[in-house]
Design a protein around this ligand. Structure first.
Ligand code: GAP
Length: 430
């Protein structure tokens, strides 16, 4: 967390006003990292597939959506108890009988558990009141269900096919915490994959494999990933089978992603609540049915957190501590840092700028002329930059630069003329 703040990955939200509990801002490097993750996800699950299309639905939907989806009912509620002494609320399932209040320490002061809906309320228009109540979406998924027919009519997709979306979701979580792990405002990458009912087991297994491939791409060690079958009484109200994919975070093994078989629950409910037909007609056989759904869901912020945790390393180098983020190269916020050896030698700075301008056409680069080279290396290690290029007097005289590798810390001399080819090879796929 300290590195995240110091180096510009994640800042406490609204810090100058004393912050806002559990709100976080992504700084320059965190934003790059998050964008790289989202773009990679889109490339893997939308761009490279014929059977997937993407949408970007509104954050505020007609409140009837949340009635039909069940989110306004008990299914999306947490049973809470309130301490009669300090009036703090806690999740009932996280307290044992006889526990003291985690906030004020008083015993025997809890109320009976009550349901508390976690959809975030807002008001549309100037007048507040029941008629203007709306909700910030609690999951991106409903956008895909509500637009199902529109997508079907405006594309040439045939079942099985999927709709994907990346975007913010909001939940009035009772126990947010653990940095960006559980917040009230977060981002999801979700797929609703529409299938025939008879295929659900096969499709479920297929999507589990795809999720494994994705986690491999993120560089997450398989040993840190655990698949957990969710029992019927713990599953979300819409699910007939759910697997949670847990990751060994430093604060415990917790849910990273989820995979659910949502049956035809959502489309059927929207059909009856809206009165709109949600059936699909097979163009060849004329068979009509409401598709069933497999839903692989991925938290963006939890992806960022898992990648940060997996990449973070502290090492001893010649009696000195170094902190390094060993991101896979394609996820690194900055791919190449360019340094003129001395900042008070205009000819070095000019040459370094020239090389920097050339490389930044293709890669996210950073120019740094501040402090000694050792310090600049440490800084780049801490933001996970795979390569540093130093321009010195040999560059001016012999046309060579020094390229330093983040992981091996080896330095090699390279002709400026070969730099493009070198990085094309080293950073292929970035
Ligand atoms: N559409 C299904 C759905 O929303 P979920 O398990 O409630 O299922 C999906 O959420 C994913 O969204 C989780 O696996 C997690 O990665 C992320 N997520 C959920 N609540 C979150 C929160 N409060 N803060 C950060 N990420 C969250």
């Amino acid at each position: 967390m300290s590195l995240g703040k110091r180096r510009g990955f994640v800042y406490p939200g609204s810090e100058i006003y004393g912050g806002l509990a559990n709100s976080w801002d992504y700084g320059p490097y965190g934003t790059e990292l998050k964008n790289n993750i989202k773009q990679a996800w889109w490339r893997m699950f939308v761009k490279r597939r014929d059977d997937m299309v993407g949408i970007d639905a509104a954050l505020i939907m007609n409140p009837k959506v949340w009635e039909a989806s069940g989110h306004l009912g008990v299914g999306f509620s947490d049973p809470l108890v309130e301490c009669r002494n300090c009036h703090e609320r806690f999740r009932a399932d996280q307290l044992k009988p006889g526990d003291p209040c985690p906030s004020c320490g008083k015993k025997g002061m809890f109320t009976e558990p009550r349901q508390f809906n976690i959809l975030m309320k807002t008001f549309l228009g100037a007048i507040e009141g029941e008629k203007s109540v709306a909700y910030l979406r609690g999951e991106t998924a409903q956008g895909m269900f509500v637009d199902f027919k529109l997508v079907l009519n405006s594309t040439r997709q045939r079942v099985p096919f999927g709709i994907a979306q990346i975007g913010k979701a909001f939940r009035n979580e009772i126990t947010p915490g653990n940095y960006i792990f559980r917040t009230r405002e977060f981002e999801q990458m979700e797929i609703e994959y529409f299938i025939r009912e008879k295929d659900w087991k096969k499709q479920f297994d297929y999507w589990k494999e795809q999720m494994e491939k994705w986690m491999d791409y993120l560089g997450l060690n398989k040993k840190h990933i655990h698949f957990r079958e969710i029992a019927e009484d713990e599953r979300a109200h819409y699910s007939k089978r759910t697997i949670d994919i847990d990751y060994d975070f430093p604060f415990g093994t917790k849910e990273l992603y989820g995979l659910a078989y949502r049956t035809d629950f959502d489309l059927k409910n929207h059909q009856s609540a809206s009165g709109q037909d949600m059936t699909y007609t097979d163009p060849v056989t004329n068979e009509k049915f409401v598709p069933h759904v497999i839903e692989p869901t991925f938290g963006v912020d939890r992806s960022v957190l898992a990648v940060l945790c997996e990449s973070y390393a502290e090492e001893k180098v010649k009696d000195e501590e170094r902190v390094v983020l060993r991101f896979p190269k394609y996820l690194a916020p900055i791919k190449i840092a360019v340094f003129p050896l001395l900042k008070n030698k205009p000819e070095l700075v000019k040459k370094a700028r020239e090389i920097y301008d050339n490389l930044r056409e293709k890669y996210m680069c950073e120019f740094d002329d501040n402090g000694n080279i050792g310090k600049r290396y440490r800084r780049q290690d801490e933001i996970g930059t795979p390569y540093c290029v130093t321009i010195d007097f040999d560059t001016l005289e012999k046309g060579v630069v020094t390229v330093r590798d983040r992981d091996t810390m080896k330095q090699e001399s390279l002709a400026v003329a070969n730099l493009n080819n070198y990085f094309q090879d080293k950073l292929s796929g970035c």
